[in-house]
Write a protein that binds this ligand. Structure first.
Ligand code: HEM
Length: 403
């Protein structure tokens, strides 16, 4: 053991040397005077018919965390799954309301939920490895192999379990990630953490659509509350235990920003079919006006048929889903030659729908066949998950599955 430090010497030495005492006072005061613009206490209810984090407003930060079940036998895997879901339910219910988790080594970090949501999804392995195959939703299987895919199965594999942790405060996300992971450590193997962000809360009006790192306004055409019951939430028709759940497709899509920046702005706009300045369709009007795919300019379509929005637009009402993606901008990783690229950025594309096969897959197949944007974007990770129905107070997530 080193020499004991006195409280006085710690305070005097550290605060004196770094001027921290003065800084801390200034921070406390500015938070006070900010008043209404402090959002740390905002709470999104954890319990309910549906899990939060799907149709609730996207927060500034996310961690998607992929785990596999660490178990040898079917019986062990099923017990592990039941135990994990009990712990996650209990801890998430507490953390999301700003209370420490049951075994929380840093309870002080739990005080600022900042709209924390914890959303739990099951991959195909949670059913096949536990003897619950008969209860697996029909669409819960890996997506078909698309010709555009360059999936790094070692780095970003499909996993048995998914945690989606969203909050406006990255410290809250880090703390919830650590607590929820360490409290089930013996039962899981961590495979990956995918960290994402949108605009900081308060940096612009909440109604303004996010931009992705290619600079485009991203998220204009999306489902709204009137669509959620028919297109997002499951009604239990196929698997009664799943009523109130939904499906999630998570695609990690790398952007080649170095080559994208070589393209002139007019060509960048033709690639997507929308204006960079405000996200309005190239056929005219404002951001939320309908694109006119028949409009010609100088004899040529204003919105090219090969553009992202022309290809992605639903051809039947069934081909629709909720997009709720986040940007990623990770530290560059050296290539095979040891050289660091300038950036390691892209989109954590997340889509939620009742049925992956009939809603998402046809659109993805069309984009994989042709989409002008494909020249600069590459899917490198892919996963499909059953987002469990919400838990009622006193119940655990997945109770209807494991009953
Ligand atoms: C629309 C970007 C991947 C489906 C858009 C828009 C942008 C965009 C800028 C126009 C604004 C809007 O309505 O949100 C991107 C980027 C991607 C990507 C940068 C990859 C890095 C995907 C994927 C899918 C998809 C993988 C589905 C498989 C859609 C749909 C629309 C859309 C359905 C709305 C089309 C409409 O009806 O107007 N995307 N997107 N996108 N995107 Fe993507």
């Amino acid at each position: 053991r080193g020499p004991a430090l006195s409280r006085r010497s710690l305070i005097a030495g550290v605060a004196g040397a770094a001027g921290l005492g003065v800084g801390a006072t200034a921070i406390a005061r500015s938070a006070d005077s900010a008043g209404a613009s402090v959002h740390g206490g905002d709470v999104i209810e954890f319990y309910g018919e549906h899990q939060a984090g799907v149709t609730t407003p996207p927060t500034a930060h996310v961690n998607y965390i992929g785990f596999d079940l660490a178990a040898d036998s079917e019986r062990q895997a099923r017990e592990a799954l039941a135990g994990i879901l009990r712990v996650w339910t209990e801890d998430a219910a507490r953390l999301t309301r700003g209370a420490p988790a049951l075994a929380d080594s840093e309870p002080e970090l739990a005080r600022v939920p900042a709209r924390l949501t914890v959303t739990v999804g099951l991959g195909p392995g949670s059913f096949t490895r536990t003897g619950l195959e008969g209860r697996r939703p029909r669409w819960l299987h890996p997506l078909p192999a698309y010709p555009i895919d360059r999936l790094d199965e070692r780095r970003w594999p499909q996993t048995d379990l998914l945690l989606q942790i969203c909050s406006d405060d990255p410290i809250t996300v880090a703390h919830a990630t650590r607590v929820l992971t360490s409290n089930v450590a013996g039962r899981i193997r961590l495979r990956w953490v995918q960290r994402g962000f949108r605009n900081a809360r308060g940096s612009q009006d909440e109604k303004v659509t996010m931009r992705n790192l290619m600079g485009q306004v991203d998220g204009t055409v999306n489902l709204g509350p009137g669509d959620f019951d028919t297109l997002v939430w499951d009604d239990g028709g196929e698997q009664p235990w799943f009523a109130g759940g939904t499906s999630m497709v998570l695609r990690r899509i790398a952007m080649d920003l170095d080559r994208w920046q070589e393209l002139d702005p007019a060509s960048q706009e033709l690639t997507v079919g929308r204006r960079l300045s405000d996200g309005a369709p190239l056929s005219g009007g404002g951001e939320h006006d309908d694109p006119d795919f028949d409009k010609l300019v100088d004899g040529l379509p204003a919105i090219p048929a090969s553009s992202h929005i022309a290809r992605a637009r639903h051809r039947t009402p069934a081909e629709q889903f909720l997009r709720r993606g986040y940007n990623y901008d990770d530290p560059p990783e050296p290539g095979p030659d040891g050289v660091l690229p300038i950036s390691n950025s892209g989109l954590l594309f997340a889509a939620y729908q009742r049925d992956v096969d009939t809603q998402f897959a046809p659109v993805q197949a069309r984009l994989a066949e042709h989409d002008a944007l494909n020249e600069w974007t590459t899917p490198i990770g892919s996963g499909v998950y059953a987002i469990l129905p919400g838990a009622r107070r006193g119940q655990a997530l997945g109770q209807s599955l494991l009953a």
